[in-house]
Design a binder for this molecule. Structure first.
Ligand SMILES: NC(=O)c1ccc[n+]([C@@H]2O[C@H](COP(=O)([O-])OP(=O)(O)OC[C@H]3O[C@@H](n4cnc5c(N)ncnc54)[C@H](OP(=O)(O)O)[C@@H]3O)[C@@H](O)[C@H]2O)c1
Length: 340
């Protein structure tokens, strides 16, 4: 296939490019060349997806069998590329998110769950950030009716991860000592390796499937305990996990999801965080590697990369608890005999 990847130079997009290339497809990437180099040997077209002139020049370089859009965040921007490419590509695979579904993370979701009512031409400031992906999906569906593949990933990890949730945990475990962790160890997590998302998407395009698929790790098999133990083993630091109750962490203003990544407190608003159904994707061929393999590969990549240029962020919110704050919470925890 001739495949165009809009983006493709950072994390998930890069995994799509690598997988498609390994499978023998002719891949081209389109980006501004700001976020880092493209994969070696992959032809790149430079341009801005928000610039209609760049998009019409891009369309002139088609036709493509499929467009893969991993970088679309705003409905109007995604609408521009979908419109520009609709007569020049057979299919459009859009990487959305669990966030497209109105009930997530409060409740369990599947492909038939209601989406946020975000219009395909919604302006960024008019809707909550979490709802924007639903508008992006509609913008693609409007132009590629019956020729759309929507992937809704949950939390995606692996080498080169953005925003850096697993990277932060690995680096924290590598620093060793006592590590603040949200009790208990048997909390479920549902994480997926970017390479598995990409492999699934490419195979859907190869078979000509369309439709929407939730893509996430298997439900109910991995826990935060096994994840953090695996991080401790991989980093060989002897870190000791200080499992600490939700109430205590919240009392000390530790931020769920961000200061301790993957921590979804036991509260109604987060009750469905780790219970999305992946039945449809699994039936269509989604295969997830063991979490331990992802952790090991990511740690190997991190060691090769060295320290990050900038702190990790999720949007504007810093990821990972500040070291001084963590020490203060741990000290407070030691004064509580019931938590020892
Ligand atoms: N991480 C998670 O847990 C998670 C979960 C659910 C969904 N997702 C979704 O997965 C996707 C992950 O993205 P990624 O960063 O891995 O994708 P990527 O395709 O590897 O990287 C983003 C790409 O977009 C390009 N780009 C940005 N703005 C552009 C513009 N105006 N014009 C042209 N190109 C532009 C960047 O290059 P230049 O800057 O050089 O232009 C870069 O190549 C996102 O859509 C995210 O919402 C992630």
């Amino acid at each position: 296939m001739r495949i165009l990847v809009i983006g493709g130079s950072v994390f998930l997009g890069r995994a799509f490019v690598a997988d498609a290339f390994e499978r023998g497809h002719a891949v081209t990437v389109f980006n501004r060349g700001r976020s880092g180099p493209d994969l070696p040997g992959i032809p790149g077209i430079r341009g801005d997806r928000e610039d209609p002139d760049d998009l019409s020049a891009l369309a002139g370089q088609g036709p493509w069998d499929a467009v893969i859009d991993t970088s679309g965040q705003h409905p109007r921007t995604v609408g521009l590329s979908a419109r520009a490419l609709s007569g020049h590509a057979d299919a459009y695979l859009f990487v959305s998110s669990f966030h497209a579904y109105a009930d997530w993370p409060a409740g369990p979701v599947d492909e038939d769950s209601p989406r946020h009512p975000c219009a395909p031409d919604a302006a960024v400031d008019d809707v909550p950030a979490n709802a924007l992906k639903a508008g992006c999906e509609r913008a693609v569906e409007a132009e590629f009716e019956g020729r759309t593949v929507i992937l809704n990933p949950g939390l995606v990890i692996g080498p080169r991860e953005t925003p850096g949730r697993l990277l932060w945990w690995l680096e924290r475990m590598a620093r060793g000592g006592e590590v603040l962790a949200p009790a208990g160890r048997d909390r479920p997590v549902q994480l997926i390796d970017a390479r598995d998302v990409a492999a699934f998407g490419i195979r859907l395009l190869e078979t000509g499937d369309e439709g929407r698929y939730l893509v996430a790790g298997p439900q109910g098999t991995e826990t935060l305990g096994t994840l953090l133990d695996t991080c401790a083993r991989a980093t060989e630091s002897g870190a000791r996990l200080a499992w600490t109750a939700d109430d205590f962490l919240l009392e000390h203003e530790v931020g769920p999801w961000t200061e301790l990544p993957f921590w979804a407190p036991d509260q109604p608003a987060m009750a469905g965080a780790w219970s999305a159904s992946t039945a449809r994707a699994t039936a269509a061929g989604l295969r997830c590697r063991p979490l331990a393999d992802t952790v090991t590969d990511t740690w190997a990549w991190l060691r090769e990369r060295g320290p990050a240029d900038a702190p990790y962020h999720q949007g504007k919110t810093p990821l990972g608890i500040d070291a001084d704050k963590e020490s203060a919470v741990l000290r407070a925890r030691h004064t509580r005999t019931d938590l020892r």
